[in-house]
Design a protein around this ligand. Sequence first.
Ligand SMILES: [Zn+2]
Length: 115
Amino acid sequence: MSLSDCPKCWDTPCTCGYQYWFMTLDRLEQVAKTARKALADRRGGRRPPADVREELERQKANAEAAKRMTSEDWHRTIEIPAAQLMTAIEEDARMRAPVSHALLDAYATRERKGG
Ligand SMILES: [Zn+2]
């Protein structure tokens, strides 16, 4: 089981602890070590690497563009019903997840249903 899309909390990576029960102790220690290092880097004010800075800029630009889109824009963009998209976006807002997550989930649901 990966660290994405926890079926209990839907957080990425899991923040409720459910997914960690499926890891070996070695893997869990590796994940904890990586998280502790990331936390120390962030708290220490370490500047993100170039590729991370580029991705942060890209995500910021996408988020700004997404704010200007209407539900009909979204509908035209990924061709799923606007009402379904709005439900997903509202759910993401409730869970404080990025809107892109809602779009991907909505798109995946559409694909599974063969729509
Ligand atoms: Zn979880």
